[in-house]
Design a protein around this ligand. Structure first.
Ligand code: FSO
Ligand code: SF4
Length: 544
């Protein structure tokens, strides 16, 4: 075994990647990511001590968010970037230690271990990963907590980029990270921490919702163009709306068009972006289709976050990364400095030399059903439920993945009775968002709230409907949950839903490899979490 990672749904053999990641992560990068997490835990430990001593340390908090995001599935494959971030972690730790004076006796190893040598880093990296927790249930809970916090960090980072922060979320991340190196904690202490993680998951998604909507307006019903124009284009993927806005501004009047890919599709729904005439629409499908679609796009592609698939040589020179994303040999657009926007001029120059995209689809898809828009239709929705025209809402949010068994979600959407409505968010929607499912009295049968973080919108909609119908329990609503997961943002979305009291969530296409049988049992007993089986069986159960 040259590495061990089981953080995503595509973990090899359903247990874990041991030689190379199915995602394309090499063993040295996987191990160095483990070491980065180890050093980040040390930063969290020092930062907590600084908080106790009243020493303000925003640099440490930002470092924690950045580092956690870098280790998320399909974000960063760049060995040199990870090594640089590890070294930066030593500096952050040292500066906090210096401010605090003496190193306490009980300081954990992650807060004192140092080296300048890459060989020493590589050696250490093989002993600080997932398998360093020997007890299977402790390991499972600590990793579940860690993955929830990785998702939390991603959403905190997007909010941060728009100038929004939540001190309690940052404090929880430190507490959670420090807990993962506390050998005295058992199942009884770790389980409540995992559930608390869900509570802060709701907080961080609410923060990001506020950041996005106050910056760019509330998403509204939008027909998104799937075709292409005649100009060269830049394709934007990932989740960061600030990057998207800055690129739109810098390309205005240049004769270069802008398109969204995968999780950037919901940018089409925001009023602030609609005024840009050169913002043409969405090109392509889910993240994993990029190996074909980046090829036919012809122009440069900007990855603002995951999901990045290791690029083929044929288009690698057109792939640019920024923020947490990174890949050896791809140009990385540096961070903002002194409140100045990022400089995307290199992409713009590159686009000028490219052909226009090859058209792969035509027509339109409709989206923009975040909480504000759905609530604007509340009377219509409530009437449809009361009259029996809508019998069930089916939450099919989450993420998409490569495995062929995910055709289950296409089949499930297709087989749903005509009096049901799908509520979706995240890239999971690409399994069915181009099906012609029609509408119910003018309400489309697929309501797309936006990105995976906009699953928060679905929770807000559920809570508001509960209020409108005068129910005591969110589980009394005619809503069922059939959620697809892939990476760690889906973990925080799941924990957030649990913390809101949602029960009986079906999770697929497989349950996480990082749930030990005992931890899975607790989730089944306390929250009714279940896996998926066949479309027929699940349909019968969920529609009952
Ligand atoms: Fe998808 Fe990737 Fe948004 Fe994830 S593009 S899989 S859960 O990064 O974040 O839904
Ligand atoms: Fe394997 Fe997923 Fe980890 Fe990649 S992120 S190494 S595919 S478990």
């Amino acid at each position: 075994m040259s590495m061990f990672c089981y953080q995503c749904q595509e973990a090899a053999k359903g247990t874990g990647c041991e030689i190379k990641g199915v995602c394309g992560k090499t063993s040295d990068v996987a191990n160095l990511q483990d070491l980065l997490l180890f050093v980040t835990k040390g930063v969290a430990w020092w930062s907590q001590k600084a908080d106790e001593a009243g020493v303000i340390n925003p640099v440490a908090e930002k470092y924690i968010i950045d580092s956690m995001f870098i280790t998320i599935t399909n974000a960063n494959f760049d060995r040199n970037k990870i090594i640089a971030q590890i070294k930066k972690g030593f500096e952050v730790q040292d500066s906090l230690a210096e401010k605090l004076g003496k190193t306490p006796e009980n300081t954990p190893e992650c807060a004192i271990w140092r080296t300048d040598s890459e060989e020493a880093m590589e050696e250490k990296s093989t002993s600080v990963g997932v398998l360093s927790h020997k007890n299977e249930d402790i390991r499972s809970l600590k990793e579940l907590l860690t993955y929830g916090m990785k998702g939390m960090a991603a959403y905190a980072e997007h909010a941060h980029n728009l100038g929004y922060h939540n001190a309690e979320v940052n404090a929880f991340m430190k507490k959670g990270l420090v807990a993962t190196v506390d050998e005295t904690l058992g199942v009884d202490e770790l389980l409540p921490l995992v559930l608390e993680c869900g509570k802060y998951g709701v907080e961080v998604m609410s923060l990001l919702d506020k950041a996005n909507t106050e910056s760019y307006g509330h998403p509204e019903i939008t027909s998104v163009n799937l075709g292409v124009g005649k100009n060269p284009g830049i394709l934007v993927s990932g989740h960061d709306l600030k990057d998207f806005e800055e690129l739109l501004k810098q390309t205005e009047g240049t004769g270069i068009d802008i398109y969204t890919h995968s999780e950037m599709l919901p940018a089409n729904y925001y009023p602030a972006f609609k005024k840009y005439k050169h913002f043409i629409g969405n090109y392509g499908n889910s993240w994993w289709a990029q190996t074909k679609e980046f090829e036919s796009f012809n122009g440069p592609v900007l990855l603002t976050t995951n999901c990045l698939v290791p690029p083929k040589e044929s288009y690698k020179d057109r792939v640019y990364t920024t923020g947490a994303a990174g890949f050896d040999g791809c140009t990385h657009i540096p961070e903002r400095k002194d409140d100045q926007p990022k400089d995307f001029s290199v992409l713009i120059e590159h686009a000028r030399k490219c052909e226009a995209p090859i058209e792969i689809e035509t027509g339109e898809i409709v989206g923009g059903f975040a909480h504000n828009q759905v609530m604007a239709l509340a009377d219509k929705v409530v009437d449809a439920v009361k009259s029996g025209a809508i019998k069930k809402f089916v939450v099919m949010a989450g993420c998409d993945g490569r495995v062929s068994s995910r055709s289950y979600y296409t089949d499930f959407a297709q087989e749903l009775p005509e009096d049901s409505v799908i509520l979706t968010a995240g890239c999971a929607k690409y399994r069915y968002n181009k099906l012609q499912l029609g509408d119910i009295g003018g309400i489309p049968r697929i309501l797309d709230a936006g990105q995976c973080n906009d699953s928060y919108s679905l929770a807000v909609i559920a809570l508001k409907l509960k209020e409108v119908f005068g129910l005591d329990d969110i589980n009394e609503l005619p809503i069922v949950y059939n959620i697809a997961w892939y990476e760690q943002k889906a973990v925080i979305v799941l924990l957030a839903l649990l913390s809101l009291g949602v029960k009986n969530i079906h999770l697929g296409p497989t349950l996480p490899a990082f749930l030990s049988p005992n931890v899975a049992k607790v989730l089944v007993e306390q929250f009714g979490i279940g896996s998926i089986s066949t479309v027929e069986k699940d349909m019968a159960e969920m529609m009952a």
